[in-house]
Design a protein around this ligand. Sequence first.
Ligand code: SAH
Length: 212
Amino acid sequence: MKKTSVKQKLSKLEDFQNPRIELEQYSTPPELAADIVYTCYMQGHKNVADLGTGTGILAIGASILGMNVTAVEIDAKALETARRNAEKAGADLDFVQKDVTTFEGVETDNGLGPSRNSDGFRRFDAVVMNPPFNIQSSEGLKFWRKAFEIGDNVYGLAGKGFGTRLKRLCEEHNHELIAREAYKIGLPASYEFHTEESRSTPVDLYITRRKK
Ligand code: SAH
């Protein structure tokens, strides 16, 4: 499947009904989401986890490209939307309602899922995520920590200026930063604390991998 077809499918998905600002619920724009999952696909990743799946856009994108996907989300309402979206897109994937900090991977029926590493975590070839950007709080950081634990490769979005912090986190978790790509995303009008101009927000996609 071509990247443009993935983008087209993702652009038809339902958005958050009543986004919860305290959970930083806003969805990744379809073009950026398609970019992220397509990069994973090109790298040959098979088992993928989406942390904080929201309406499921990243998880569904990875699934329709043939990856085996587990999507984790704390909010029941968002998960309902994600499930509807998956059905609409013809994507077959696993949804788990959990706080990402307590997520430790899943047992698969066929035994082909991620294997348990020495820390007891089930490893995924890749973690994709658009986590809360508020790095002053521990919210965003717990996503990154979890991603480094369970993912051999991590594709995560972050706000501007996260690079130094991220490099330190990488070192603590035996990962290395291999790429950073800059994007601009429009935040929805529901985020009233943003002014008109700042609705177009620069973000970075960081790609890391576990050191050998
Ligand atoms: N991945 C989606 C949504 C991004 S918004 C996308 O790319 O469009 C961040 C998501 O993380 C929200 O859906 C929010 O409900 C979820 N979230 C926030 N804190 C969480 C936590 N501790 N555990 C699991 N999910 C969480």
